[in-house]
Design a protein around this ligand. Structure first.
Ligand SMILES: [Zn+2]
Length: 281
């Protein structure tokens, strides 16, 4: 399913798998001045392709390589051999071999499906991507994933934040995400003069400064509580229950890939083998 919303210079394109006539598990792409930011999931690729037919397209930038942001890359590259796909250097191997580099849990296959391989070119932190009327600065913002970037148009104060900021008070985290990296990256974007924030899902925010500040404060305060209880000898499970309460449906649905426990472990920098980063120093 595909829905569009038009802003002054920007088209928001919401994309989702269609199940029983309804869109599920939405993610958002944006089209601005021949620049497409993200390409949705594999299930909505043909709808996006049809929507973009006949529209000028110079660049596709992937904010990161999660499957719900790169699903139509291959189709768009086939449709337009001139199209440049730009992403962080860490993203390029995943774009080239998504199945080998980013195995998908069953819930991710159900919600978003397997992307096909595409060929990306790297953009570095600080580099500018220029379209006819706008200039977008690449800002490296790891945490949600190690290959995450945001795009910033300084003259208009627009920030395309991918999955770095979608709002809310996090009670769970994906395995492999780094909550301290998320906080550092949020601080980086909160320092910018922003008029409008365009996230990779959820609603567009005007004047997002306060909301970004509140989110950073919430995440830091939560981290302090986690560390305090850990220092007092509490176990990960006990900390999880005390701070985030009882089980969440999403934990069962994702077989624990997205969980409260992962959030606590990330605050404690516990890696999947049970070691802490401190142990390895
Ligand atoms: Zn993501």
């Amino acid at each position: 399913m595909l829905k569009t919303t038009h802003y002054d210079h920007i088209t928001r394109i919401d994309l989702a798998r269609t199940l029983a006539g309804r869109g599920r598990y939405w993610t958002t792409a944006y089209l601005v001045d021949g620049l497409l930011i993200d390409s949705g999931c594999a299930y909505s690729a043909l709808e996006l392709l049809a929507y973009l037919q006949g529209k000028p397209l110079s660049y596709l930038v992937n904010t990161h390589t999660h499957e719900d942001h790169i699903g139509a890359n291959c189709h768009l590259q086939r449709m337009n051999s001139e199209l440049k796909i730009l992403a962080h250097p860490f993203a390029l191997p995943v774009l080239a071999e998504p199945r080998e580099r980013q195995p998908l849990h069953p819930y991710r296959r159900l919600m978003w499906g397997w992307p096909e391989p595409s060929k990306g070119e790297q953009v570095a932190d600080g580099e500018m991507i220029r379209t006819e009327n706008f200039s977008f600065q690449v800002i490296y913002t790891p945490g949600h994933s190690s290959d995450h970037i945001c795009l910033y148009e300084s003259e208009y104060g627009w920030l395309f934040s991918g999955d770095l900021f979608v709002g809310g008070r996090d009670r769970a985290l994906s395995a492999g995400a780094d909550i301290w990296g998320v906080i550092a990256s949020l601080k980086k974007i909160a320092d910018l003069p922003l008029s409008t924030l365009y996230p990779g899902s959820a609603r567009v925010r005007e004047n997002p400064g306060c909301e970004l500040g509140e989110k950073i404060a919430y995440l830091e305060e939560t981290g302090e509580r986690v560390l305090d209880l850990y220092d007092k000898g509490w176990s990960v499970d006990a900390i999880t229950r005390a701070i985030f309460g009882g089980p969440m449906f999403i934990e069962i649905f994702t077989l624990g890939h997205f969980s409260r426990r992962n959030l606590v472990r990330s605050y404690l920098r516990i890696q999947s083998n049970g070691a802490t980063q401190h142990d390895e120093l």
